[in-house]
Design a protein around this ligand. Structure first.
Ligand code: C2O
Ligand code: CU
Ligand code: CU
Length: 481
């Protein structure tokens, strides 16, 4: 039984875990950086048709071992999709796995029936057609499995990929945008392995409570990856695609970089910083200057504040994520614009407020009833609609974390602005967001302008994006009518 005391004991034990526990730190062999293949679909004017296949495969992630993996149009993880604002996308998803799953478009504003959440399951050998018009600006969104109670396992197996949206406004800014050349997807995940090379998913009460973390860090499915930079100015689209791990990202020489985008797209003004805390599902687009020709590493930093912020001990270890070899980079002389785009102002007068309390209930009774994770005293129920929102309206959602650990709160069909956070607003939290990290004991207020899509019966989700928490009930449903 997990008592509060045991819970804290676990945390203490973890903080004593030696750094070498992270396998990714052994510098044996460096591997070539992997760029997921690009799918631009088949275009007929504004209509773009994609054919996706969910498939099982085998990947060589550890030396001399094969790992059974899942992927989308490739053996492990998903191909990168690309489309433009204004496109009508028609995405056919064929399930060649032997389990029912779904494919959800995370960060996308779209009709509920196209969302790919738990209400759009795809049985083995079946196909699902998701069709919607892209109504939002250029952004780094992503997609992943969202099968009820199985999201954690399915994403861990590899059902996740990036979906890049372009638009005319961003094109004229002359930002690096040659995919795989100076515009690089960086999907960061952590995995644990069995001795035979297979992934080791949940194997302890700790994994269940804290969410599944691994001791091997992968970037686009590869460990110890080294990117051979071709240009001295890179745009990195960083996605924390991990099930549960929160990263404090920075470079090993502490150099500054420039934030140009957040979950929902470009920021109004560029932000210079040297560290970003990125929770599961969050994205950030940065510009990185390699003009000095020095090699560098993206690392997870130990922040002095980690303890106060109630972050888990696992998050306060230093380790490498991937390396960049800048020696061959062609030098790019380019002025980086300081002002990027203008966000439409959201009117905050007389808006409806809702309150969400993120809860973890310790103690044997909660464990027995299987109700450890909840929002507003309710665990996820597919048959229950928790909130009904007026389509096209603006609301303030007040999200309070009364548990002992941080939870990244995510809302489907929305890009919101964070208007207050009792724990402070980070640099990359100033733009549009679909996921916000809510620290223990904190209250975050988000301002959401809901799109016009209406559907009285098919719900969208809001949930913690620690996938094991979501799978165990820290999720609710809303409709827009
Ligand atoms: Cu990343 Cu409910 O989603
Ligand atoms: Cu989502
Ligand atoms: Cu959580």
């Amino acid at each position: 039984m997990i008592t509060r005391r045991n819970f804290i004991k676990t945390l203490v034990a973890l903080s004593l875990m030696p750094k070498s526990a992270l396998l990714a730190q052994d510098t044996n062999a460096s591997e070539n950086f992997a760029i997921p293949k690009l799918e631009t679909g088949i275009r007929e004017g504004k209509d773009v048709f994609y054919d996706l296949t969910l498939q099982a495969g085998s990947s060589n992630i550890l030396p001399n071992l094969n790992t059974p993996t899942w992927g989308v149009n490739q053996a492990f993880l998903g191909a990168t999709l690309k489309a433009n604002k204004g496109d009508n996308v028609h995405i056919k998803v064929k399930n060649n796995l032997n389990e029912t799953t779904t494919l959800h478009w995370h960060g996308m504003k779209l009709p509920a029936e196209a969302d790919g959440g738990p209400h759009q399951p795809i049985a083995p050998n079946e196909s699902w057609l998701s069709e919607y018009t892209i109504i939002q600006p250029a952004a780094t969104t992503w997609y992943h499995a969202h099968q009820i109670h199985k999201t954690g396992e399915h994403v861990y197996n590899g059902l996740a990929g990036m979906f890049i949206i372009d638009d005319e406004e961003s094109e004229v800014l002359n930002l690096p945008n040659e995919y795989g050349v100076d515009d690089i997807p960086i999907i960061i995940q952590d995995r644990e392995f069995n001795i035979d090379g297979s992934f080791s998913y949940i194997r302890s009460r700790h994994d269940q409570m804290m969410g599944k973390s691994g001791n091997v860090i992968l970037v686009n499915g590869v460990r110890n990856a080294v990117l051979q930079a071709k240009k001295s100015l890179l745009r990195l689209r960083i996605l924390n695609g991990s099930n549960a791990r929160i990263y404090n990202l920075g470079f090993d020489d502490d150099r500054d970089f420039i934030i140009i985008g957040t979950d929902g797209g470009l920021v109004e003004k560029t932000i210079t910083t040297n560290t970003i805390t990125l929770a599961p599902a969050e994205r950030v687009e940065i510009l990185l200057d390699l003009a000095n020709g020095k090699n560098l590493k993206l690392v997870n930093k130990v922040l002095a504040s980690s303890q106060q912020m109630g972050m888990m001990a696992e998050d306060s270890q230093a380790f490498d994520i991937f390396s960049i070899d800048a020696s061959q980079a062609q030098s790019i002389m380019q002025e980086i614009p300081k002002t990027l785009v203008t966000h439409s102002q959201i009117d905050m007068e007389n808006v409806n407020k809702r309150h969400f309390e993120l809860q973890m209930t310790m103690g044997s009774q909660a464990m027995m009833s299987g109700r450890v994770f909840s929002i507003n005293d309710k665990a996820m129920d597919m048959e229950r609609i928790d909130e009904v929102v007026k389509a096209g309206s603006t609301e303030i959602w007040v999200v309070e974390n009364t548990s002992m650990m941080a939870h990244p709160f995510h809302v489907h069909n929305a890009q919101f602005k964070i208007i207050s956070n009792s724990a402070g607003i980070q640099p990359h939290e100033q733009g549009f967001k679909d996921t916000v990290l809510v620290n223990p004991g904190s209250v975050v207020e988000i301002l959401i302008e809901f799109p016009e899509f209406k559907n009285e019966t098919v719900a969208y989700m809001y949930h913690c994006h620690i996938l094991e928490h979501e799978d165990q009930g820290m999720m609710g449903q809303f409709t827009t009518v």
